[in-house]
Design a protein around this ligand. Sequence first.
Ligand code: LR7
Ligand code: MN
Length: 579
Amino acid sequence: NKLKATDKGISHASSGYNAAEDTELRRKVLLENTDEFLEPVLKEVQYVEIDLTDRMTNSYDDYDDEIEDDVKRIKPGLGDKGRKATVPSYQKAVADNIMKKEAFNRLLSEMISPNRTVPDTREAACKNEVYDTDLPTMSVIIIYTNEAFTSLIRTLHSVINRTPSKFLREIVLVDDFSDHRDLKGKLERYIARKFPAGKIRLIKLSKRSGLIRARMIGAHVAVGDVLLFLDAHCETIDQWAEPLLQRIKEDRTAVVCPIIDVIDDKTMEYYHGNGEFFQIGGFTWSGHFTWINIPTYEAERKKHHHSPTRSPTMAGGLFGIDRKYFWEIGSYDSDMQLWGGENLEMSFRIWQCGGTVEIIPCSRVGHIFRDFHPYSFPNNVDSHGLNTARLAEAWMDDYKELFYSHRKELKTASWGDVAKRLAFRKRKNCKSFKWFLDNIYKEKFQMTFDSKLYGQVKNPDSNQCLDNMQHSESDEYSLELYPCHSQLYPSQLFLLSNKGELRREAECASLGSDDKVQMVQCEHLHAKDLWDYRDGQLYNMRSEKCLTVKVADGKSHTALETCTSAPNQQWEFDAHKDK
Ligand code: LR7
Ligand code: MN
């Protein structure tokens, strides 16, 4: 194990690291780390663990030149404390071009030290918290496929630099069949040279397996008490781990997430908010994760503002879970492919089967949010859609129809078979989706279940229907009309809720300026903006007027006008409870 004279890294030879002891423990724990869902994965995917001590031998010396070249590219101080940075103007065009292909400013990332500091973004009260000295140990599991080298190693440095060594049992890297050249020999040599021996393990998969299976294999080999998953483009702040470990120590069924800070994809700025405000996880009936505000009942339940905060769902990439509990609670749905949906599946499952999902405000980890996937999707498969259909089938009971009303084609698509998941659910006596909605996500509007009338809302006289004109659930927009159609049914799905809101999933019809009808977020709805359906009319209580089709410039628009018996104030819902 000869080292080059220039080596400033930590040598395996001098660290006192005892590989034999580790091997023994790993062998033992491997037998515990399994379940019925992992078994088929192991049959299909081979994995090898790279012996990184071997990477210190002379035959790997050549990579040192590449590593040194990288070091020369770093501009000291650039991006320190998470400050926003830019590339020199003469390189901007090149940087922009790379950005278009790789979804983040890789050129800039290469100029910023992998050891840069980040701001302390926690709210002030967190700084007075005291954590136990004997917390559980953790295995940080980072999976990746063709990620940029510099953001990956920055993730590693930040974890190593900002986690007390006694809690950081190991970092397990799982390479989901990358083919980028620098993720091979250079990365292996880099890890062997720069990091304490035995702290970082590298597992390589024999074929592209997707993030769900890659995480399962990472969990399979891990030996720490807690599994802590991260994406490959994160930076942690100081003391990020302790609050997570402390909470799991208190309650092994708590699945815990840090607040996710934003690292800008263009400037690498680690955003510094005011530390106080944060949101928790929700979902849309179309099967997507969303951020929502903390409801009053949760704000009142928790002790302090910075106490663990229950969250209906999690974003999915950054979370900690007790290692044994991970396997008890059904690990992952191993028939999910590539990317997407596993976060909602895990959230629903944890809640319905007796655990909790929580955001721990004193733990914060930055993540580079990208506009698109920098890696390929073999066969262009819609893995998010198929995975979401699987989770709807397994966990959502009758509510799955609300998802399918957005994605009709998925009902009959080949998402496989969820019998094993359903059997697990039954064996574990997990609760219904209705229980989850009624107890954990009380404010979630249960679409048709919470409505008297729903469907297309048609004015027969003009043959026009209410339409959201493809606005998203988080938008505010004016309520429009469009010829009635069935292809894009969700855009014409409106409901008259039991409470009397004329609404969609998150948007409610309200009195706008000039007697127009404005869709606003239901949380912000004026208390009087309720509607009554009488004699085919939609009566708005706030304005005391009726929803009317008004023709202007040859187009039909909605308006609120004094109620008359004219046909332009008649509306029909095409479905209701008794149908
Ligand atoms: O086939 C794949 N194999 C992989 O190993 C596809 C991806 N991956 C790796 C990838 O290299 C990365 O390290 O998996 C990790 C996550 O992929 P991203 O970074 O492209 O995902 P994302 O950040 O866009 O998406 C979020 O939702 C995903 C749904 O499947 C995962 O749960 C991600 O982990 C999750 N990321 C976060 O929660 C970070 C905060 C984002 C938000 C909100
Ligand atoms: Mn990510």
